[in-house]
Design a protein around this ligand. Structure first.
Ligand SMILES: NC(=O)c1ccc[n+]([C@@H]2O[C@H](COP(=O)([O-])OP(=O)(O)OC[C@H]3O[C@@H](n4cnc5c(N)ncnc54)[C@H](OP(=O)(O)O)[C@@H]3O)[C@@H](O)[C@H]2O)c1
Length: 244
């Protein structure tokens, strides 16, 4: 069905070298979209690139917390019909151990990067009228977990930003929405620092979310909807994925 097709759209996906961003990139290409993918790890980014369907896609490695690397990426980008901001980190830390450097690190990639990248792209007129911008938040902004203050805080800030962006860009038909995902099985939740908490929290978590742990493709499906013309009338929302 045409309104669900992405065949006339070019989409930038950050965090495309892993997890949700990787799956979303592949899905978008399968739906006919042209993608420009970015991540830090060249080998894993190349793996994503090699799995894309169709032609005309682009890729560039960049640590987006480094200004000149973000600028170099922007310089290579074509006009965009959509952006999926997937780059992000997690890192559990009880509140009494939080130091300035932890705040800086978490907010740098989870909040400052998507805000700066979006602003720069708007100023350079690389985001076309009617484009769709998506941000990745977490269900933890509503349901706190031990050690999640910084992660949830960075994502709650992003949700507020996305709603304001939606309001300010409505005149150009540019939409902004957030996906508030429950636990998704990606390398992010397999990192050693996460393991202890996972073991402890998983049973409780599964009771709270009967749909269980998600897969990257569960999120990618929702991403396709928000990028497509099927969601033209949807902006400033936060969609919960994973049930509650
Ligand atoms: N997994 C979950 O349970 C879950 C739930 C809710 C929301 N989310 C959110 O969904 C998004 C994707 O998560 P995921 O689970 O797919 O994570 P992931 O598999 O760990 O992937 C994270 C991606 O972010 C990139 N990245 C990290 N720091 C970066 C930097 N400084 N510059 C550029 N890229 C950077 C990584 O690049 P490299 O690997 O190349 O370094 C990687 O591609 C994140 O924003 C996350 O917070 C995840």
């Amino acid at each position: 069905m045409k309104i669900f097709s992405l065949s006339d759209k070019t989409i930038l996906i950050t965090g495309a070298s892993s997890g949700i961003g990787k799956e979303a990139s592949i899905f978008i290409s399968q739906a006919g979209g042209t993608v420009f993918i970015t991540g830090r790890d060249e080998e894993r980014l190349r793996e994503t690139f090699d799995r894309l369907e169709g032609a005309g896609h682009g890729m560039k490695t960049a640590d987006l917390t480094v200004e000149r690397e973000m600028e170099a990426l922007i310089g290579e980008l074509p006009p965009l019909n959509g952006i999926v901001h997937c780059a992000g980190i997690v890192g559990p830390l009880p509140v009494k151990f939080i130091l300035q450097e932890h705040i800086d690190r978490m907010f740098s990639i989870n909040y400052i990067v998507p805000v700066n990248l979006t602003g720069k792209l708007l100023r350079k007129k690389k985001i076309v009228e009617g484009a769709s911008i998506l941000f990745m938040s977490t269900i933890a902004t509503k349901n706190p977990y031990f050690g999640g203050a910084l992660y949830s805080g960075s994502k709650a800030a992003l949700e507020a930003y996305a709603k304001t962006l939606a309001l300010e860009q409505v005149g150009k038909g540019i939409r902004a929405n957030c996906l508030m995902a429950g636990l998704v099985d990606t390398p992010m939740i397999e990192s050693p620092s996460e393991e202890a908490m996972q073991e402890e929290a998983l049973e409780r978590y599964l009771k709270r979310y009967p749909l269980g742990v998600g897969k990257p493709e569960d999120v990618a499906g929702a991403i396709l909807y928000f990028l497509s013309d099927a969601s033209t009338w949807v902006s400033g929302t936060t969609l919960i994925l994973g049930g509650e």
